[in-house]
Design a protein around this ligand. Structure first.
Ligand SMILES: *Cc1c(COP(=O)(O)O)cnc(C)c1O
Length: 391
């Protein structure tokens, strides 16, 4: 089989029997919505991440929206447009889409060239500027663990404290990553992840989850995710017909929970370590290739390597590199080609106020190489040799 960017086939081959058994057991019970595997998964993941609550939901985008709705619970809706949310300019669209779709005012903040994550100094400058302008009130920061590495939470957390802002961690790409002994999805007042198939821990369709230590937020999240149901009696199956606020329908299917439960033990016992080994094979081989900038993992940080993203020198034609890699059977991707503030959805509104030169430069130069726990050393060698020759 040809080289895959993220090889879900090989993973299935390795885990076929627990996955098949998990799926079959859901079909046997026909509890397709809110079956016992959902609760079991939530308990397993909450205890792994080290937080009090994990609430699963339909996808990583809903997870962000639901979390924001919970944080906004006591804010009147007509105030939303006056509230500022700070989001990195270099990220997947959802991180900025969700706050904007709720009617909040989004400000895009530049990232660091080495880590691709939000720059806490730029974040503070942006907050100060918004305060000085006086039009919007700073409300929350959405920090993203891009490509698998946690953002710099010591610095971000102290900025949030200083200006009294909520911190939402978008850990969609970082699940399994850590800083010291603290895991991704434990850094925010509320944190989110995605189980989209290509993420570090992926299911077989859409899925997501929300993590928090805050009992009140957890209760709100459980309510919002199921039509604003009354959560005062969780064991009451009729509670979803007692709707005490407006919410949405965003649940993780039992089948997806079963797939995740089947994958999870292997994720923590093998995949996380192995994907780090694969990343190290790349780094070893590419270090000597002149002028490439390789992903930088901060001391004490661990990445779950959703992507292995390099930066090409400015005189190299990236389209040509991708084309020639493809001719050699090597798939590559560009995450991301466009700064958030230049996306059509934002261009004419908040976008034009953004000044994010690092993001603009990254969008021109980044290239993502195939990375996953089932890549072999000889394949990494082939990718690196291919790249070396083209450059
Ligand atoms: C994938 C992703 C999301 C959205 O997750 P979905 O499950 O696809 O909705 C949000 N934020 C980031 C950074 C992502 O990479």
């Amino acid at each position: 089989m040809s080289l895959q960017f993220r090889d879900l086939h090989r993973q299935y081959e390795a885990l076929r029997s627990p996955i098949d058994e998990g799926i079959q057991s859901v079909i046997n019970t026909t509890a397709f919505i809110s079956g016992k595997q959902v609760k079991e998964l939530e308990q397993t993941l909450a205890s792994y991440v080290g937080v009090r609550h994990c609430i699963s939901c339909g996808n990583g985008t809903d997870a962000i929206t639901i979390s924001l709705m919970a944080l906004l619970d006591d804010v009147p809706e007509q105030e939303y447009k006056n509230m500022a949310v700070f989001v990195p300019d270099f990220t997947f669209f959802s991180s900025g889409e969700c706050p904007a779709a709720l009617g909040l005012s989004v400000y895009f903040v530049d990232v660091k060239r080495g880590t691709y994550n939000i720059n806490a100094t730029e974040l503070e400058k942006s907050i100060q500027k918004v305060k000085a302008e006086g039009k919007h009130k700073p409300f929350a920061v959405i920090a993203v663990d891009l490509f698998g590495q946690p953002a710099e939470y010591d610095a971000i957390r102290s900025v949030c404290k200083k200006y009294n802002l909520f911190l939402l961690e978008d850990g969609a790409q970082g699940f399994g990553g850590r800083i010291g002994d603290k895991l991704v999805c434990s850094f925010g007042d509320i944190s989110t992840t995605s189980f989209f198939p290509a993420k570090p821990l992926g299911c077989y369709g859409d899925g997501g989850a929300i993590f928090t230590d805050d009992d009140r937020l957890a209760d709100l999240v459980r309510s919002i995710a199921v039509h604003g149901k009354d959560t005062s009696n969780l064991s009451d199956p009729m509670a979803k017909y007692n709707n005490i606020r407006l919410g949405m329908n965003s649940r993780l299917d039992t089948l997806q929970a079963a797939v995740l439960l089947a994958k999870f033990p292997h994720f923590i016992s093998f995949e996380l370590e192995q994907v780090n080994t694969v990343a190290a094979w790349y780094t070893e081989r590419l270090e000597s290739v002149g002028e490439l900038i390789l992903p930088m993992i901060l001391p004490g940080y661990d990445s779950s390597w959703a992507q292995y993203t390099i930066q090409l020198p400015s005189n190299v034609d990236r389209d040509e590199v991708q084309k020639r890699m493809k001719e050699n059977g090597i798939p590559t991707m560009v995450y991301y080609k466009k700064p958030m503030h230049k996306q059509g959805a934002f261009r004419d509104t908040v976008g034009e106020k953004a000044f994010c030169p690092v993001t603009e430069q990254l969008c021109e130069s980044v290239l993502c190489l195939p990375v996953h726990p089932y890549l072999e050393e000889s394949e990494v060698e082939m990718v690196c040799e291919g790249l070396r020759q083209i450059l």
